[in-house]
Write a protein that binds this ligand. Structure first.
Ligand code: ADP
Ligand code: MG
Length: 328
């Protein structure tokens, strides 16, 4: 009996490492008009799959609430009614719009969710753009100060007819942050959630950093640089994501609110920071501001770093990323 017990214990000890062997679990799905990617390190496949499912469900929920393309979304509801009367909205959406307004305030309106007042007239897949007259007419509507938020009643109201908003420059980062919170609740200590150009990493890759490539904006499939990352959020905005070229002009999805045209100061901007809502909003913001003003802003923001590729293809780094041993 004693021997038997001893064998049983030995047998169980021998089994333990294989039973609880941790490994990477991955999934990608097309949601929010982009590729959602979840990778996590876990000991149990059913547990890992359950966590990934929760993340995908959250991505779908945010898409349903915030999509400008779904006529029944809460965002579409705002766009239909907020110029007529104040519209009561969910606290989650209210707070996200407040964060968008923060980005507008610090950038003198480079980030501006009312860009949509003209933005909705672009269709990059079909190569459609608004006329100069339409742009001129819409310019007064494009101003974040046209958004009146009432915190007490949780309402949003537009100061002018014709104002529209779109959260495309911040919602994916927000969805990534919510997903990271879900993974943390799941007990995940190492993982990554990506939504197109916005990602966030918990921990690292088993003691090593994740190697994240920043795409060469003019060469699909090749990286301009690769950076080692752990425990951070990273967002990239580029003029190669959604665009068409007509008469030699690149029409892309990042709109300069001052002109109503696609922003011309950058080809690509990558922002690193503690959360993806902030890095998402700031990558779009800095793209519009350009390297000089953009990096000056970044250097005032604690915990935020940026890598910018300007309109000529030249790389610029924020102070915290400057090469400490430059060759010359
Ligand atoms: P994506 O990951 O979709 O490429 P980005 O973070 O690069 O997104 O931001 C681009 C999106 O931001 C556009 O598709 C649009 O929805 C929105 N956007 C465009 N111009 C502005 C702007 N000036 N201010 C705020 N959002 C903008
Ligand atoms: Mg962005």
């Amino acid at each position: 009996m004693k021997i038997c017990q001893r064998y049983l214990i030995l047998f169980c000890i021998a089994c333990l490492p294989t039973l609880a062997q941790a490994q990477w679990f991955k999934d990608t799905q097309a949601i929010m008009g982009t590729e959602i990617r979840v990778e996590l390190w876990d000991t149990s496949e059913p547990h890992a799959r359950g966590c990934i499912d929760k993340v995908m469900t959250e991505m779908r929920r945010i898409d349903t609430t915030m999509s400008p393309f779904k006529p029944d979304s809460e965002l579409s509801h705002i766009n239909q009614l907020a110029a007529i009367h104040p519209v009561k909205i969910d606290k989650e959406l209210f707070d996200l719009i407040l964060r968008a307004q923060w980005a507008s305030g610090i950038s003198n309106g480079a980030f501006d969710i009312t860009f949509a007042s003209i933005g909705y007239r672009y269709d990059y897949r079909k190569g459609i753009k608004p006329s100069e007259d339409e742009i001129k007419q819409a310019l007064p509507e494009i101003n974040y100060k046209n958004i009146i938020l009432d915190r007490k009643h949780s309402t949003i109201h537009f100061a002018l007819k014709g104002v529209r908003i779109d959260l495309g420059g911040i919602a994916k980062g927000f969805a990534v942050d919510n997903s990271i919170a879900i993974l943390r609740q799941c007990g995940i200590k190492e993982g990554l959630v990506g939504a197109g150009g916005d990602s966030r990493i918990i921990g690292d890759r088993e003691g090593r950093p994740w190697m994240v490539g920043i795409r060469d904006p003019r060469k699909e499939g090749s990286s301009a640089i690769v950076i080692p990352l752990s425990n951070t959020a990273i967002s990239t905005s580029g003029d190669y994501e959604r665009y068409f070229i007509k008469d030699g002009v690149r029409y892309h999805h990042i709109i300069n609110p001052k002109t109503g045209h696609s922003a011309t100061a950058s080809r690509s901007v990558t922002v690193l920071g503690p959360d993806a809502t902030t890095t998402d909003a700031l990558s779009t913001t800095l793209f519009i501001m350009g390297a000089k003003d953009g990096l000056r802003l970044v250097d005032t923001l604690p915990g935020i770093e940026a890598i910018m590729i300007d309109a000529e293809g030249k790389l610029h780094y924020s102070n915290g990323l400057m090469d400490p041993n430059p060759k010359h």
